[in-house]
Design a protein around this ligand. Structure first.
Ligand SMILES: C[S@@+](CC[C@H](N)C(=O)[O-])C[C@H]1O[C@@H](n2cnc3c(N)ncnc32)[C@H](O)[C@@H]1O
Length: 294
């Protein structure tokens, strides 16, 4: 039989660093806020001992299904919850967790979401514009691209994508949508490419990458969830508990640092920052050791 990569494949980044940082101990409960394909969860679950417990959250039901399969050796220790991690406080209350040892957040989207054409995240594969992590949400990338006023689109692409050609891209999008709605990832990608000077297009990352990232962040309101999640987790951590966060995008990074440094009560964990600052493709296979860290 042909040896194929599983449908939901995601190589966990900074795996050893995260596991070391969490310092998993028996008898405590851990929460993986961004379970994805379960790569980090698997290593946490392996270290739980006889009485430890893991709560796996994700807003993507497909991710939880895949994780349940991958984590099948440990199902008696794991609870899966389909939820936005901004709700972590309610989840911990609902499951009466009083021994929270650590919380992991691996922010952003998974390789599966980026590469599975039907999810409409990818500029590499043509599909209807979607980009919802939770398919029960109503706002899609199609709505953002076709219905947002130009000033709002500009702000998003500028802020979340840090795209220096944001203004030209918005002009091209608006011009096109005046004649017909933009329906697919390929159409959007072509429009973006047409707005970027040829010389720039030829080098570096894909010309549509930053704009797609920006629209995805908007569709999923990704930045809104981070602060309530950190505060909710910090409130319930047991003494010595840990919060480990991987961020790949400067907007995420700022929020994480800001919440830790300014808003957490003094009794809370000392901050050891080791955040990913390269706003690159988190799913490309590079050696984490080569990446810039702060
Ligand atoms: C980078 S992937 C995590 C990969 C995972 N660590 C692994 O080893 O496979 C991020 C995951 O977090 C989920 N996610 C992102 N934002 C979320 C949120 N606010 N609430 C819940 N899940 C979220 C995404 O659906 C995605 O599955």
């Amino acid at each position: 039989m042909e040896d194929r990569e599983p449908l939901f494949s995601h190589t966990p980044v900074l795996l050893n660093e995260c596991i070391d940082g969490l310092d998993v101990r028996d008898g405590l409960t851990y929460v993986d806020c961004t379970t994805g394909g379960g790569g980090h969860s698997f290593e946490i679950a392996r270290r739980l001992g006889n009485t430890g417990r893991l709560i796996c959250l994700d807003r993507d039901a497909d991710a939880l299904r895949a994780a349940r399969e991958r984590l099948s050796p440990f199902l008696d220790k794991i609870t899966f919850v389909h939820v936005n991690f901004s709700e972590i406080s309610s989840v911990l209350d609902e499951y009466r967790i009083e021994n929270l040892g650590g919380v992991l957040m691996d922010l952003g989207c998974s390789a599966f979401q980026q590469t599975e054409a039907s999810r409409g995240f990818s500029y590499m594969k043509d599909a209807p514009l979607d980009m919802r992590m939770n398919r029960e949400d109503t706002l899609t990338a199609r709505d953002v691209v076709n219905e947002y006023p130009p000033e709002r689109l500009l702000k998003i692409i500028d802020l979340y994508g840090e795209e220096r050609f944001a203004s030209a891209i918005v002009t091209a999008i608006v011009r096109r949508r005046e004649t017909k709605p933009i329906e697919t990832t390929a159409e959007l990608s072509d429009i973006i490419c047409s707005a970027i000077p040829k010389k720039i297009r030829a080098v570096g990352h894909h010309p549509a990458k930053k704009t797609f990232q920006a629209i995805r962040i908007e569709v999923n309101r990704e930045l809104d969830a981070i602060s309530p999640a950190i505060r909710g987790a910090a409130d319930k951590l047991t003494p010595g508990g840990k919060i480990v966060i991987i961020s790949f995008q400067s907007g995420e990074d700022k929020i994480v640092k800001n919440v830790f440094s300014e808003h957490l009560p003094p009794r809370l964990p000392r901050l050891r920052l080791r955040t990913e600052t390269r706003s690159g493709d988190r799913n490309q296979k590079t050696d984490p050791a080569e990446r810039k860290r702060t």
